[in-house]
Design a binder for this molecule. Structure first.
Ligand SMILES: Nc1ncnc2c1ncn2[C@@H]1O[C@H](COP(=O)(O)OP(=O)(O)OP(=O)(O)O)[C@@H](O)[C@H]1O
Length: 324
């Protein structure tokens, strides 16, 4: 079994032990979270049109800033999830991943029309949903709303136990969101650490009293590494040395170690070679046993046979059931 850093030591300098380094980076990430999160919480106000004049840089800079804000928001959610699991609020075992979305509309400030227009979907627990559609139709936007990375203009998102309740205009509860994982389209752009070990343990709780939670996470991660085909890699492998397929596996493993009840995946097969696509697709099919999956993809050939429900995102942000 792979040895993970369950024990806690004081935070050392970056070039000290791997574990000390990890603690250091995690603390730093926590500190960094405050400012971008305040901006992210503004939702539509964070769009380029709503930024003050001196912040209107190039679109590339804005995209990078938005990516960073989303990354920080996700990190904070994951940290909250570990904390709540430890306190017994969210439970350490994956709960129901029933996803219900009603009338979801997203019209960011400055956009001429809504990016998402009254989207509805109902995805039972332990099933796989697939969303396809033309480039730019709003598929990624939908995933970001479901992950709580953007704030909807109107509509409701219910996850797990919430899904049985009457929908209102409020998004899913914080506890349900904490059990939602997301793997981005280009996961390597969202890596915050340098090595495999650091990335996989980045959001683990750090306090002395968190030892049982860390032990549980280490045990779960061992199984996840086996399942995602990463177990043969050295834990000090540098992430930049990995192929695109392996980087996707690392991002997936980091999410699975949290035992999400809902896992959102953006183009999980894009940019990987054919044998890797086949093995990744088969892994995603197996994951239905553990959680509910909602996948955005153009790769219908591999994924539609595995999907229980399929939707097409039409231009104008309308989500309609689809047969393929
Ligand atoms: N906050 C925002 N403000 C304004 N426009 C936005 C915002 N977020 C996304 N967009 C625009 O909304 C459109 C839909 O983007 P989205 O990434 O959701 O499409 P997609 O269907 O996932 O495309 P692809 O298949 O190419 O990944 C794009 O034109 C994008 O530039």
């Amino acid at each position: 079994m792979t040895a993970f850093p369950v024990s806690l030591r004081s935070c050392g300098p970056c070039d000290s032990t791997q574990q000390g380094s990890n603690l250091h980076h995690t603390s730093a990430a926590r500190r960094k979270t405050k400012l971008p999160l305040a901006a992210a919480a503004d939702g539509p106000g964070a769009s380029p049109a709503a930024m003050p004049g001196d912040a209107k840089g190039s679109m590339g800079q804005m995209a990078a800033m938005q990516g960073f804000m989303q990354q920080m928001a996700q990190l904070q959610q994951q940290m909250q999830a570990q904390q709540q699991a430890m306190q017994g609020k969210a439970g350490s075992k994956a709960g129901s991943g029933h996803l219900k979305v009603e009338g979801l509309t997203f019209h960011p400030a400055g956009a001429p029309a809504p990016l998402l227009n009254g989207a509805c979907l109902d995805l039972p627990a332990n099933s796989m949903g697939l969303v396809h559609g033309r480039s730019g139709s709003g598929k990624t936007t939908l995933l970001h709303l479901l992950a709580g990375l953007s704030k909807p203009t109107s509509g409701s998102i219910s996850i797990g136990e919430d899904a049985g309740q009457q929908a209102g205009s409020v998004p899913a509860s914080a506890a349900a969101r904490c059990k939602t994982g997301i793997v981005f389209q280009f996961p390597e752009r969202h890596f915050l650490a340098s090595t495999l070990l650091q990335e996989l343990t980045l959001t683990w709780p750090q306090r002395v009293q968190d030892m049982p939670a860390r032990q549980e996470l280490a045990l779960r991660l061992d199984g996840v590494l086996q399942r995602t085909g990463l177990r043969h890699l050295a834990m000090d492998t540098r992430l930049e040395q990995l192929s695109d397929g392996y980087k996707r596996r690392v991002a997936l493993a980091a999410q699975l170690a949290r035992a999400p009840s809902l896992l959102l995946l953006d183009e999980p097969l894009a940019g990987v070679d054919w044998p890797t696509r086949a093995s990744l697709a088969s892994l995603l099919g197996e994951l239905k046993k553990d959680c509910t999956l909602l996948i955005v993809s153009h790769d219908l050939q591999e994924l539609s046979p595995l999907a229980d429900k399929i939707w097409r995102m039409h231009p104008g942000g309308q989500l309609l059931p689809s047969t393929s």
